[in-house]
Design a protein around this ligand. Structure first.
Ligand code: 13P
Ligand code: SF4
Length: 398
């Protein structure tokens, strides 16, 4: 079926579940616990090309070490089976930086490919099978707003260093590098925060409120040492506390804050307290682990939290026969469920798909490897590369 066929099917599914059910049977897809309205989009495999897998393998063999394919854990299995490296954001950045391959294909989202371009040389080119695979959270901190917030903080006493989650635009990473800061991923956020504190500075964390808040909590900071800097205040956001100034914060709040977080978030990880309660009722004795992009109130109710690779290691470390409820992107959870089948039961906290990650599929990977079109290239502006690289290299050094 083509994408257009699936779009029609998805529309029909929203109207009534019966055609959806029949359509799934007709197209040979497994009917499971995924809500029917999500199933249509999640299972949409995109265009299929007969013989794509063997054609990709032939090109990989022909290009040998000239080609490096990187794949994030949230990618489809049909893509990951062709990757030289499968990993989390940190591992993939490291492998891009170490590589001498002339062509690097990033199967992930745009900010990841940008980081690879920043960390590689001028003789290397980074490509994406679908350059439209963005990350909404990365777009929640436009450079102009970040610069305005920074100027405000400097005017109100200073003492800050920017820490920028890699899920951000290259321009914001460059800003971070220019102001002495470092990027981080969810694997090393705590280490980067400690690097800031060791310089007797405070953290301005952009753009994920929840990773910033969870990390501060992990490091033992009291709740009142963490505040949200609202770039829309005063102005578009709701009225704030009397006496509050730009960012929605009073002078007192700024004075006691050691970690200031930006109000960005990932919709894929917006798990709720009721999700944890439901999981605990349905699977008594199960362990619950979530990604730290999950809000703090929910993360605190889980048994553990960690980046994608930390989640994988946690699941591997659980005794055979145990049940583990996992709050992260569904492609990874389903893969672990298959890999542990018969030994451990792995279930999603709530089925949640990153549609941007799912934009990449095997057919698009093949089209890229056959065509090497300029429209698939990811190129960061030369003037941003050096400062953004400084921010990424500071992270890789901690
Ligand atoms: P990891 O760094 O844990 O791989 O996460 C990347 C991401 O985008 C999570 O939503
Ligand atoms: Fe961005 Fe969330 Fe997708 Fe990760 S899961 S790439 S943070 S939208």
């Amino acid at each position: 079926m083509s994408n257009a066929d699936y779009s029609i099917l998805n529309f029909v599914c929203l109207v009534t579940p019966a055609p959806w059910f029949l359509a799934c049977l007709w197209s040979g897809q497994r009917v499971s616990w995924i809500p029917y309205f999500m199933k249509g989009c999640y299972m949409n495999p995109g265009e299929q090309i007969d013989g794509a897998a063997s054609a990709i393998e032939a090109i990989r063999k022909e290009l040998g070490k000239q080609l490096l394919i990187l794949g994030h854990y949230y990618q489809r299995d049909e893509v990951l089976r062709h990757a030289d490296v499968v990993g989390d954001s940190l591992e993939l950045s490291r492998r891009a930086a170490e590589s001498s391959a002339e062509r690097i294909v990033f199967c992930g989202v745009h900010f990841m490919a940008e980081s690879a371009d920043i960390l590689t040389g001028d003789n290397q080119t980074v490509y994406m099978p679908d350059v439209n695979a963005g990350c909404p959270m990365a777009d929640m901190a436009p450079l102009r707003q970040v610069e305005k917030a920074w100027a405000d903080l400097q005017a109100r006493g200073g003492g800050w260093l920017p820490v920028v989650y890699v899920n951000s635009r290259a321009s914001v990473k460059a800003f971070c590098g220019m102001h002495g800061g470092s990027t981080c991923t969810s694997s090393n956020a705590a280490k980067v925060f400690q690097w800031v504190f060791a310089q007797d500075k405070r953290v301005l964390f952009i753009p994920d409120e929840h990773l910033g808040t969870n990390t501060a909590h992990d490091l033992g900071l009291p709740d009142d040492a963490v505040a949200v800097y609202d770039p829309d205040s005063p102005g578009r956001s709701a009225p704030t506390e009397p006496g509050s100034e730009q960012g929605g914060l009073t002078a007192d709040a700024i004075a006691r804050t050691r970690v200031l977080v930006w109000p960005g978030y990932c919709h894929v990880h917006m798990f709720r307290i009721v999700d944890i309660e439901a999981a605990r009722n349905q699977y008594p004795g199960a362990k619950v682990i979530v990604h730290p992009e999950t809000p703090k109130a929910v993360t605190r109710l889980a048994d553990a939290h960690g980046s994608t690779s930390q989640i994988i290691r946690y699941v591997d470390s659980q005794p055979e026969g145990s049940t583990i409820v996992v709050g992260t992107e569904l492609h990874l959870v389903e893969r672990m469920a298959r890999q542990h089948q018969g030994r451990r039961v792995i279930v999603p906290l709530r089925p949640s798909v990153c549609r941007n990650m799912a934009l990449t599929n095997e057919a698009k990977l093949l089209l890229l490897l056959e065509g090497w079109l300029a429209e698939n290239e990811v190129r960061v502006a030369p003037e941003l590369k050096h400062p953004a690289r400084q921010a990424l290299e500071r992270m890789l050094a901690v």
